[in-house]
Design a protein around this ligand. Structure first.
Ligand code: PLP
Length: 423
C-alpha cells in the first residue's frame, strides 16, 4: 500500500518493523561503501595486460622513443583509437595523463588567467564569471568552479539533457561563460543529451562571445545494455551553427582500463586545441607516452575498446539490475522514492521524499553503509529539496551491494515514516 494511504497507526507499525530490521543490520557490523564510482578489482583485472606492456619495444609506429620528453599532443596511434569515439578529427585530439578532471581544471585556470580563443580579456578580470550547472550533476565539476570563485547557476537536467529554455535565458547574461554537460549516461542520473537538445545548445545565441560547453563524455562507451547510445556530434553541430569554438570535449580511459593510471583526452576546434597546447606547453614538456603506447597496444583499435567495454558490462549490468530490483521490492509498493534505471554509466540516482535525503544518509552511515553526502550532486552541496541520493554500484561485490541497498531501503522507509509521524 502506498504511504499516503496508510493511517498513523499503520505508519507507526511500519516504523517499528523497519527499526527492528535496522537495529539487526547495525548489530551485524557492516562496513560497506557506495560513495564513489570506482571500478571493482574484477573490472581492473580485465586490463592487467597493461602491466606487462609496452614490453621491450618502446618505440611508437613513427619510431618515437616513448621514454623520452616531448610529444605534447600525445601518441598518434592512441589518439587514432579515441578520435572516432570523441567524434573529433584525430589532429584535434590531445592525449594527456591520467585524469580528464585535471584537463578540465587546466582549461578553467587557463581561461581565468588568459581568456579563451574568443575572449577580449582574461575571464579572471571580469567582475563575475558564471557557469551553468545541470542538476543533479557531478560533484567534482562543482568543486572545481567553487575552488576558483566561479558562480554556479543550476538548471534542471531532464531525460534528454538540460532544460534548454532555462539555459537560453541564463546565457543572455554576458558573465555566463560556460556550462557543464555529461552528454552520455550522466553522473548521476544516466540521462542522455539528445541530438535535438545538443543542436539547440550549439545554435543558441549567447551574450558572451567566448561561451564554452565543457562536454565531459566520461561515459561515452560505458553501455549497460545492448543499446549502444551514440553521443550527439557536438563539434559538428557547433561548427554548423557558426560557433566552432563553443565545445571542449573531454574523455578518459579511467573506467575503461585503470582508473588511476589511464589516459585522458581533449578534443575541440583547431583554434581551441592550439590555444590549449600553447598554455599546456608551459605546464609540461609532454605526457606519459609509455602509458599511451601500452594503452594503444592493449586496446588495439576502436573495436578493441568496445570489446573490453562488453566485458565491463558483463560485470556491471547484473549489479545495476540488483540495485533496481531491491529498490523495487522494498520500496515500490510504498511510493516513497523514485530511481533511475540507467542504460549506461556508473550511477543510480535515487530520489526520496523531499526533506529526508540527509536523514537517510545519516541513518545508513550509522548502520555502516557509507553514502555520498546529501546534496553532493548540487552546486555548493545544497540540494534544495533534500531528496537526491547517488548510488555507486560498481565497486562492492554483488553480496555487499545487495546488503547495502537493503539497508538503504530500510533507511528510506524509516525516514519517510518519521517525517509522516512528525506532521
Ligand atoms: N567526469 C565525470 C562525469 C565523472 O563521473 C568522473 C569520475 O567519476 C570523471 C570525469 C573523472 O574522470 P577522470 O578519471 O578522467 O579524471
Amino acid at each position: 500500500m502506498t504511504f499516503a494511504a496508510l493511517s498513523r497507526d499503520q505508519i507507526q507499525t511500519l516504523l517499528d518493523e523497519q527499526t527492528a530490521a535496522y537495529r539487526a543490520a547495525q548489530a551485524s557490523g557492516l562496513t560497506l561503501d557506495l560513495t564513489r564510482g570506482k571500478p571493482s578489482p574484477e573490472q581492473l583485472d580485465l586490463s592487467n595486460g597493461l602491466l606487462s606492456l609496452p614490453g621491450p619495444d618502446f618505440k611508437d609506429a613513427a619510431g618515437v622513443d616513448t621514454r623520452n620528453y616531448g610529444g605534447l599532443t600525445g601518441l598518434a596511434e592512441l589518439r587514432e583509437i579515441f578520435a572516432p569515439i570523441m567524434q573529433v578529427p584525430v589532429g584535434q585530439v590531445v592525449a594527456g595523463d591520467n585524469a580528464s578532471l585535471a584537463m578540465m581544471h587546466d582549461n578553467l585556470v587557463f581561461a581565468l588567467f588568459h581568456g579563451v580563443a574568443d575572449s577580449e580579456q582574461p575571464w579572471g578580470v571580469e567582475e563575475a564569471v558564471k557557469f551553468i550547472c545541470p542538476v543533479p550533476g557531478y560533484d567534482r565539476h562543482f568543486a572545481l568552479l567553487e575552488e576558483y570563485g566561479i558562480e554556479m547557476l543550476s538548471v534542471d537536467l531532464l531525460d534528454d539533457g538540460p532544460d534548454v529554455d532555462a539555459v537560453r535565458e541564463l546565457v543572455k547574461d554576458p558573465a555566463v561563460k560556460g556550462m557543464w554537460l555529461v552528454p552520455t549516461y550522466s553522473n548521476p542520473t544516466g540521462s542522455i543529451v539528445s541530438e535535438a537538445v545538443a543542436a539547440e545548445l550549439a545554435a543558441m545565441e549567447t551574450a558572451a562571445p567566448d561561451f564554452r560547453i565543457f562536454w565531459d563524455n566520461a561515459y561515452a562507451v560505458h553501455h549497460l545494455t545492448e543499446q549502444q547510445t551514440k553521443t550527439a556530434d557536438i563539434l559538428g553541430l557547433c561548427a554548423a551553427s557558426g560557433h566552432p569554438n563553443r565545445p571542449v570535449i573531454f574523455a578518459s580511459t579511467s573506467k575503461i582500463t585503470f582508473a588511476g593510471s589511464g589516459v585522458c583526452f581533449l578534443g575541440s576546434s583547431a583554434d581551441n586545441v592550439a590555444w590549449y597546447l600553447s598554455h599546456l606547453g608551459k605546464r609540461t614538456i609532454g605526457p606519459d607516452k609509455v602509458n599511451h603506447l601500452r594503452h594503444a597496444r592493449h586496446l588495439g583499435d576502436v573495436d578493441g575498446v568496445h570489446a573490453l567495454m562488453d566485458r565491463h558490462r558483463a560485470v556491471l549490468a547484473p549489479k545495476f539490475r540488483a540495485v533496481v530490483d531491491i529498490l523495487q521490492t522494498r520500496l515500490g509498493e510504498h511510493a516513497v522514492a523514485s530511481w533511475t534505471e540507467p542504460k549506461g554509466g556508473y550511477f543510480v540516482s535515487l530520489d526520496v521524499i523531499d526533506g529526508t535525503a540527509s536523514r537517510v544518509i545519516q541513518l545508513a552511515g550509522e548502520a555502516g553503509v557509507a553514502m555520498t553526502p546529501a546534496g553532493a550532486a548540487f552546486p555548493y552541496g545544497n540540494d534544495p529539496r533534500d531528496r537526491n541520493i547517488r548510488i555507486a554500484p560498481s565497486y562492492p561485490s554483488p553480496e555487499e551491494l545487495a546488503a547495502a541497498i537493503d539497508v538503504l531501503a530500510t533507511c528510506v522507509l524509516i525516514a519517510a515514516a518519521e517525517q509522516a509521524l512528525a506532521q
